[in-house]
Design a protein around this ligand. Structure first.
Ligand code: AMP
Ligand code: MG
Length: 465
């Protein structure tokens, strides 16, 4: 008997959407990270370590779900250039399971599981450092209230890889992520490029039915508009949460934008040390196209590409109206995200918006630690904030007055041990490197696991109710 509820819904889309592929056979499987909470959410918590390795290292199918992994096909704009040569080149859809809490359809997708028809010149592999980075990014973002994919499993593979952006040879790994869909804007772009309008209509149906069931109506004549509007709002919400978390995704290509709006695919991500609108994560992003403060624009750009390819299925004005839901949703999302991070009650849109502006002005002018500010002002409690002298100067007086006019939410959890710490848990590049160094030097995982424990504490402190 299994505790999980297996699904294989993606197969319904038909063979034009994927290729059946086989996983690489790795010389050795060493479990490095197992996300107990995420596993429990889909009923995988009962697996022994040996079974875990068989399923998430050797990719023996989960009974009842897919018999064979599916490498998903997609195109996409990379740094605004159209690339028809994409697709799952080092990953596949391994299984689908129900979220036991609410019945959502979740994907178990891989990163680093071997070559596929879409690997081009690549080796289909993920470095161990890349895997560690994805685990840290997803854990931090979840703790900070961002709707993100979860890292379910990280297994070291015993392979040595060559990379130009890491000292090589470097250790290999395979990651399994739990994600609310792997359908991307690029999945639609591919069908448009191939003139597959019928398949696109099928995909619109599928996306509404499984990912926006409240909007699903088989008889509706405005399905494309409904989907675009919902995606625009979900993506806007995630963009707003990134800003409130001080996060730079790094690669906002259309193939990295999930139609559920869930944040995913973590490569060269970074957190901001202090507020710098031009802060860029990827070394190869020389023009700063995906810099911190350009992320909302970048997301709006990807949604415009989405709207364009939906034109054969929708009404021009209707699609435009749906697309235009992005900016109001982003503004609203930013207000709410900041209130959430500060753990304070709303005072109405206008007052809240003024607070948002004051906060960003202060963060810019003071160059106060980004995470530090939210940590210090949790619950707008001046007595706590004044443990440091950073907020006493005359230049802070207006923001201080604004903040102290706010009431802490009953569930702001100011009594949580996390908020009694002298400093917040951060995951700046130097924090990440400090966690990686002992692993690289002497295979010592203590700091990594200790950091994950701290992040879990932070998640509990920030989670409402
Ligand atoms: P990403 O930057 O991870 O979103 O990947 C962009 C594209 O490159 C996707 O089609 C990936 O599957 C592919 N890709 C990235 N790294 C590799 C690799 N090591 N081997 C094969 N394909 C890769
Ligand atoms: Mg990607």
């Amino acid at each position: 008997m299994t505790a999980w509820r297996p699904r294989r819904t993606h197969e319904d889309l038909g063979d034009v959407f994927f290729d059946r592929v086989a996983a690489a056979r790795f010389p050795q499987l060493t479990l490095r990270y197992r996300n107990v909470r995420a596993a429990a959410s889909v009923g995988l918590d009962g697996l022994s370590d040996a079974d875990w390795l068989r399923h998430f290292g050797a990719f023996e199918p989960l009974p009842g779900s897919l018999d064979v992994p599916l490498a998903l096909r997609y195109h996409g704009h990379q740094f605004q250039n159209y690339n028809p040569d994409l697709g799952d080149g080092r990953g596949f859809l391994f299984a689908q399971l129900e979220d036991l809490k609410n019945g959502r359809l979740l994907d178990l997708g891989t990163k680093g599981s071997g070559r596929t028809p879409w690997s081009r010149g690549g080796d289909g592999r993920l470095t161990l450092k890349g895997g560690v980075r994805e685990v840290l990014a997803t854990s931090m973002l979840e703790a900070l209230g961002v709707n993100t994919s979860k890292s379910l499993s990280l297994i070291e593979t015993g392979e040595e890889l060559e990379r130009h952006d890491e000292p090589s040879p470097t250790r290999g790994s395979v990651l399994v992520r739990l994600s609310h869909s792997h359908i991307r804007i690029g999945t639609f772009q591919r069908l448009d490029a191939l003139g597959e309008t019928e398949a696109m209509a099928r995909l619109v149906d599928h996306a509404l039915k499984h990912y926006y069931p409240a909007l699903w109506d088989d008889a509706a004549t405005d399905k494309a508009e409904r989907l675009l509007g919902a995606v625009a709002e979900s993506v806007a919400e995630t963009g707003a949460r990134w800003i409130a978390a001080g996060f730079v995704h790094g690669v906002l290509n259309t193939d990295n934008i999930n139609i559920t709006g869930e944040s995913f695919d973590y490569g060269p991500w970074r957190f901001l040390p202090t507020y710098d609108p031009a802060f860029t994560a990827a070394y190869f992003d020389q023009s700063g196209l995906y810099a911190f403060s350009r992320q909302p624009d970048a997301l709006a750009w990807t949604l415009t590409r989405f709207a364009e390819v939906l034109l054969p299925l929708g009404d021009h004005a209707g699609l435009e109206a749906a697309l235009n839901r992005f900016w109001p949703a982003f503004q609203r999302g930013l207000r709410l995200a900041l209130l959430d991070r500060l753990g304070i009650e709303s005072q109405g849109d206008e007052t809240d918006m003024a607070l948002v502006e004051d906060v960003f002005r202060f963060l810019y002018q003071s160059q106060m630690g980004y995470e530090r500010f939210f940590f210090d002002w949790r619950g707008a409690d001046a007595a706590r904030a004044d443990r440091t002298s950073a907020y006493l100067g005359a230049e802070f007086a207006p923001l201080r007055a604004a903040l102290t006019s706010y009431r802490a939410r009953p569930d702001a959890r100011l009594d949580h041990a996390y908020f009694a710490r002298s400093a917040p848990r951060t995951m700046l590049i130097e924090d990440m490197e400090a966690l990686w160094a002992p692993i690289a030097e002497r295979d010592d995982w203590t700091a990594f696991h200790a950091a994950l424990d701290e992040i879990e504490m932070m998640r509990q402190a920030y989670s409402a109710g």
